[in-house]
Design a protein around this ligand. Structure first.
Ligand code: LMR
Length: 402
């Protein structure tokens, strides 16, 4: 009898789970792949596309992969910090030479920017189970579930007015002025996802001032460095807030700027209030990483390390990243020139902008024209090409009129 009850309870384990909807963005990839219309337009998921619609492997990455294949002698474990040389090379790219020398900043390799965000959120929850983080809306759809999973309380404020196509900077500063000392603030370092609407440098300065005055802790998501206005320009805001703050977290990704998406390549940096404090945070990061993924995947970081350690490959990577950035800017300018209602797109940065379309209008564009964009109206600017940018603009403007 007792063993029968035991079996029945065990059988119920997964019956306790709620059904989950598939991730909307990942589902969009599958839906678009399954569409056989030759003129479909994929402006869904955030990957770079060239003028032929492909996502090629970067020249320097391809060369580095060959070098790796020829020279790598072992695949033995590296440890929870991953490739330490990779993190050392990423550090000045993110912080600039001056701030990179700050010994209160520690870092380790993570599985992509997502892994960095999750590890950072877990560190926050471990340090303070009552921690709160202020999150501007809209934000990347995975931010909230990821932070929630780690158990950090979220407080939302409105960041962007989709209809007026502008940042609600007053709402942002009001929210941060009202935040309690020790509260965290999630910030998009550049190329805001999903709106493309970045803070101006003066606004970053103001945020840095509030962070310092109110004792807030920035948690910066820097996933698109180099795809907005250039590597240095795109890190300027991050550097200002990190410098101003006593403590900070920075989730960095190479998935986009090295085009190594599926290799999951990123890093998490933490600024402590002292060298000792940072060292303790680092020890905790290693321990948390060990329980989640033990060690990050090596390939993407090894390739990025080879590129960054070789002056010729590094120069070629920067040149190609510059070409990618210029292509995004040119597409933005072309959309903006098409109709004054799209003019705002040229003033925004990175892969994304957001159209003031309802979910029903987004669905209609998909069904009628084969245009695939997120339900929020977010679209990937660089999913367009010279051949279809005007068609896309015409379809969108027609829907706005409708
Ligand atoms: C995106 O926002 O499209 C990308 O960051 C891909 C992802 O993981 O959501």
């Amino acid at each position: 009898m007792a063993s029968e009850v035991l079996v029945a309870n065990e059988a119920q384990l997964f019956d306790r789970l709620d059904e989950q909807k598939p991730d909307a963005l990942l589902q969009l990839i599958a839906l678009c792949d399954a569409d056989t219309r030759p003129d479909k337009i994929d402006v869904g998921v955030g990957v770079y596309r060239d003028s032929a619609g492909g996502t090629p492997i970067l020249r320097a990455v391809k060369k580095a992969e060959r070098i790796l294949w020829e020279t790598q002698q072992t695949k033995a474990y590296l440890g929870s910090q991953g490739d330490a040389r990779f993190t050392e090379l990423i550090r000045p790219i993110v912080f600039g030479e001056g701030l990179a020398a700050d010994e209160r900043i520690v870092g380790l390799q993570t599985p992509g920017g997502c892994g960095a965000l999750r590890l950072g959120a877990d560190l926050i929850a471990k340090a303070n189970p009552k921690a709160r983080i202020h999150v501007g809306q809209p934000t990347w759809p995975n931010h909230a579930p990821l932070i929630e999973c780690a158990g950090v309380e979220m407080v939302f404020y409105d960041y962007y007015d989709r209809e007026a196509r502008r940042i609600l900077f007053d709402r942002m500063t009001d929210a941060l002025e009202a935040a309690a000392p020790g509260d965290l603030v999630l910030l998009h370092g550049c190329c805001h996802n999903p709106t493309g609407a970045d803070l101006e440098l003066d606004q970053w300065r103001e945020i840095a001032g509030i962070v310092a005055r109110r004792g807030l802790i920035p948690f910066v998501d820097l996933a698109y460095q180099g795809l907005g206005n250039g590597l240095e320009e795109d890190a300027a805001g991050t550097r200002l807030v990190v410098e101003a703050a006593e403590q900070a977290l920075i989730a960095q990704s190479c998935d986009k700027n090295f085009g190594v998406y599926r290799e999951r390549t990123g890093s998490l940096f933490v600024k402590g209030s002292s060298r000792r404090n940072a060292g303790i945070a680092f020890g905790n990061l290693l321990q948390l990483a060990r329980t989640m993924w033990s060690m990050p995947p090596d390939h993407g970081a090894a390739v990025a390390r080879i590129v960054l350690d070789d002056p010729a490959l590094r120069a070629d990577w920067q040149a190609e990243l510059g070409e990618m950035c210029a292509r995004i800017r040119a597409l933005r300018a072309r959309l903006a020139a098409y109709d004054e209602r799209l003019a705002y797109i040229d003033g925004q940065n990175g892969m994304f902008s957001m159209l003031p379309l309802s979910p029903a209008q987004v669905l209609a564009l998909r069904e009628e024209k084969g245009i695939y964009m997120a339900g929020s109206g977010r679209f990937n600017v660089v999913g367009l090409s010279d051949d279809n940018v005007d068609l896309f603009a015409a379809a969108v403007v027609e829907k706005m009129d409708g």
